[in-house]
Design a protein around this ligand. Structure first.
Ligand code: LLP
Length: 463
């Protein structure tokens, strides 16, 4: 990832950008199954389809920009995680990646649990019928209202993130006459190899209680002493978009070590450990993500081995994948509006969305792929930068990608792997209207989150 170049381009900085791009692909019309949702394919006449529906028809019916989510793929990925972890472990889908009531229903039907991190996510989950005892509630600064609502609705666990929260949750539970199942989130001191903003297990950041200096042991001591809390386990989340399993292994080892210390000090074997989410997905053909069964095998082996060595019973493991389930299942469909070639440098391709529907490129230097999807082309590849329609030059969707040189206004292009952290981080910047999410399955498409309208914007603006 380059931080040295000004995102607006080399003409705005005193350095040349590092080349993110590799050589042009041999076939610009090919759709790499690594980055596209499972049912995405091209018809013989060149139009891309998802769930059996042509993107040209989808654009006519639902407009652009729009996110299209392949329900078959979502369910298959959810099921793959569930199956890989089996009956002795739990999979909590991380709702922050993307949550809607339809998604909650799919998760429920596929046997997954749900991790929420705000009152809004909790309401969405409950209103779509997710049983409260299958919900985990997260957050480093949950409000009193959120905690109260979580306890009253009977959530399966609250993950305690700070010393203050241990007392706060205990107090609210007691005042409601309840005993709340909780885990304590610890930071294990692992440097996950990912972008700084999405790494969460080193100590110099806001989440969790450090294992270092006996802080986590002290948190356990306090939680065990409070009547309003039933401490059931330890939680660790090391970061996001991680490909290397080593960080998870170190985290698991350190969490098990804490469990052994708790057993030695209190004579209590905590029955659960949660190893968080964070597994990376392929945004471009260069990425090489692990499969759920490999992850499940690696995690359960390390936990079992460490527990045996510490003479502990094996705790029930849970994980919280968000991106790895929903990320690859969706793409964003845009219409090309203007095209600006800069000789010898690149061609700017402006689409009808931008940083309001995908902030990840601007925020994390994220890399994406892109393809012309309304037709095939045998034109030469051109180095393109796909940009949005917002009033800033950092409004980049795909920094460097090859598109056919005959690309023209009116063509449809699609950016794959936008299922996670795109709609959920979308904004109304420049009063953009957030795009709809349309679920496609077996030749049918239905809106699961509708497009915002100007009335929606004006309804909030009370004058
Ligand atoms: N569990 C906890 C406690 C988390 O904080 C997160 C993500 C997850 C699970 C799910 O992580 P995943 O499997 O989706 O990587 N907006 C950033 C990602 C922020 C992730 C925050 N926490 C992005 O677009 O990359």
């Amino acid at each position: 990832m380059s931080r040295s170049a000004h995102p607006a381009g080399p003409r705005h900085a005193d350095v040349l950008p590092e080349g993110h791009y590799t050589a042009p692909p041999t076939d610009l019309n090919a759709l790499d199954p690594k980055v596209w949702a499972q049912t995405v394919t091209r018809t013989p006449d060149g139009v891309v389809t998802v769930g059996g529906m042509e993107v040209t028809k989808l654009a006519e019916e639902f407009g652009t920009p729009a996110y299209f989510i392949d329900e078959t793929d979502f369910r298959a990925r959810a099921r793959a995680w569930r199956t890989a972890f089996g009956h002795d472990a739990d999979v909590f889908y991380a709702g922050k990646a993307f949550l809607s009531r339809a998604v909650v229903r799919w998760l429920h039907e596929e046997g997954l649990n749900l991790d929420v991190c705000s009152g809004g996510e909790l309401s969405t989950a409950l209103s779509a019928g997710m049983p409260a005892d299958r919900i985990a509630f997260h957050g480093n600064n949950k409000s009193t209202d959120e905690i109260t609502k979580a306890i009253e609705s009977g959530v399966g666990r609250i993950v305690l993130d700070s010393f203050q929260e241990i007392v706060r949750v205990a107090h609210i539970a007691e005042s409601l006459g309840k005993r709340q199942r909780v885990q304590i989130r610890v930071t294990v001191g692992v440097e996950a190899h990912t972008h700084e903003f999405i790494a969460t297990a080193h100590e110099d950041q806001k989440f969790g209680i450090a294992l270092a200096d006996g802080q986590a042991a002290e948190a356990v001591r306090r939680a065990l002493a409070l009547d309003g809390l039933e401490l059931v386990g330890i939680h660790s989340h090391i970061g996001s978009q991680i490909f290397d399993m080593a960080g998870f292994e170190v985290a698991a080892r350190r969490v098990v070590k804490l469990l052994a210390e708790v057993r030695d000090e209190h004579g209590v074997e905590l029955p659960e450990i949660d190893l968080g989410g964070g597994l990376g997905i392929a945004y471009t053909s260069e990425d090489d993500p692990r499969e759920p069964h490999e992850i499940a095998k690696a995690l359960s082996e390390i936990v079992t081995r460490e527990c045996e060595a510490a003479r502990l019973g094996t705790p029930r493991i849970s994980v919280e994948p968000g991106r790895a389930i929903v990320g690859p299942t969706a793409f964003t469909l845009y219409e090309v509006g203007t095209i600006k070639p800069l000789d010898g440098l690149r061609t700017y391709v402006s689409v009808d969305g931008g940083m309001s529907d995908n902030i990840r490129t601007a925020l994390y230097d994220a890399e994406y792929s892109v393809a012309l999807v309304s037709r095939v082309s045998d034109a030469e590849p051109m180095l393109a930068r796909v940009v949005g329609k917002h009033c800033e030059s950092g409004d980049i969707v795909v920094r460097d990608a090859f598109l056919p040189a005959d690309l023209a206004p009116g063509d449809l292009i699609a950016v794959p792997a936008t299922g996670a952290y795109c709609r959920s981080m979308a904004s109304n910047y420049n009063h953009a209207l957030r795009p709809p999410v349309v679920a496609v399955r077996d030749g049918e498409a239905r809106t699961i989150v509708r497009r915002e309208t100007e009335e929606d914007l004006l309804r909030l603006d009370v004058g």
